[in-house]
Design a protein around this ligand. Structure first.
Ligand SMILES: [Fe+2]
Length: 292
């Protein structure tokens, strides 16, 4: 696919949204507006050679693309599925993404697949397995990948690390970077009763390669990471504190269910841009907002 190169000033805001079929008509007729790049779910395009692939190709001509996977199952103790990796490698070859990412989780055990992203146990044993799997994936794909922290609803009693220490160890020892989902940090902080700022302060800025912002659903006695709502005020507050520590990190509004119209996503992205510009003392046009 032919594409533009990415030209971004060192601290400029670089904002994207997920590319979703419901927005294809808008994008084809009106363009992407203030959205600078798109993230796609890798698996949705691996076996799709029809209209979605054509539209991806068209979007890619003007916008950088991040490939975000859900099935690498990097936490699986039995190793990686090389057939899956080969299909991903082919998609990478065609799309030339600026980011390739997956999750700190497992979704496959033997012949069993889960549709959920199941968190790994934060033990030395699983740390070694993850490091080996990530290194193998990076060697196979010939590039660095990003690993995202996931939301969780149960905790292992065997944990030997906090989630944040484990995540940092994984990144340092495997050579990957972190896709820091600020919403997932908040969801887990509420569900398990830790301080989200302790988590965020523990992540070295140089390890962060991308940010996710999303919405959760309050289920009463726990938060459920549904990606079906606007970013919560408390997550915006955490992003504000995190943003000031980071340099030139792509920021994504993630929305997968009950997807609003494209203009609403642009507005959410604009809130992120306002925060970014404010916390980086950037000159430029931004509007004050009493939401922030
Ligand atoms: Fe995410």
């Amino acid at each position: 696919m032919e594409s533009r190169h990415i030209h971004v000033n060192s601290d400029s805001f670089f904002g994207g949204v997920g590319l979703r079929p419901t927005h294809y008509p808008h994008l084809l007729s009106q363009g992407a507006g203030r959205v600078q790049w798109f993230e796609v779910i890798s698996e949705n395009y691996m076996d799709s050679f029809g209209r979605p692939r054509e539209i991806l190709k068209k979007i890619r001509q003007d916008h950088p693309i991040a490939l975000h996977g859900v099935s690498m199952s990097l936490g699986s103790p039995e190793g990686l599925n090389l057939t899956h990796l080969q299909r991903l490698k082919q998609l990478i070859h065609e799309v030339d993404p600026f980011i390739v990412s997956d999750h700190l989780c497992w979704s496959k055990w033997g012949a069993h697949y889960s549709h959920d992203l199941l968190p790994v146990e934060y033990t030395r044993e699983s740390l070694q397995g993850l490091i080996g799997n990530i290194q193998q994936a990076q060697e196979f794909l010939g590039r660095q990948i990003l690993i995202e922290n996931v939301s969780a609803y149960v905790q292992s009693t065997r944990a030997e690390f906090t989630e944040w220490d484990f995540l940092v160890q994984v990144a340092r020892k495997s050579g990957c970077k972190i896709l820091l989902d600020v919403n997932n940090v908040y969801v887990n902080a509420v569900n398990f009763g830790f301080d989200p700022m302790e988590y965020l302060r523990s992540i070295p800025p140089e390890l962060v390669g991308q940010i996710h912002l999303a919405g959760f659903t309050d289920m009463g006695d726990y938060l459920f990471d549904t990606h079906s709502k606007a970013v919560h005020d408390n997550v915006w507050k955490l992003f504000t504190k995190t943003s000031s520590r980071l340099q030139q990190v792509p920021v994504l509004i993630e929305w997968d269910d009950d997807i609003p119209d494209f203009h609403f996503l642009e507005q959410e992205l604009h809130k992120a841009e306002i925060i970014w510009n404010r916390t980086h003392n950037l000159q430029g046009v931004y509007e004050e907002s009493n939401l922030l």
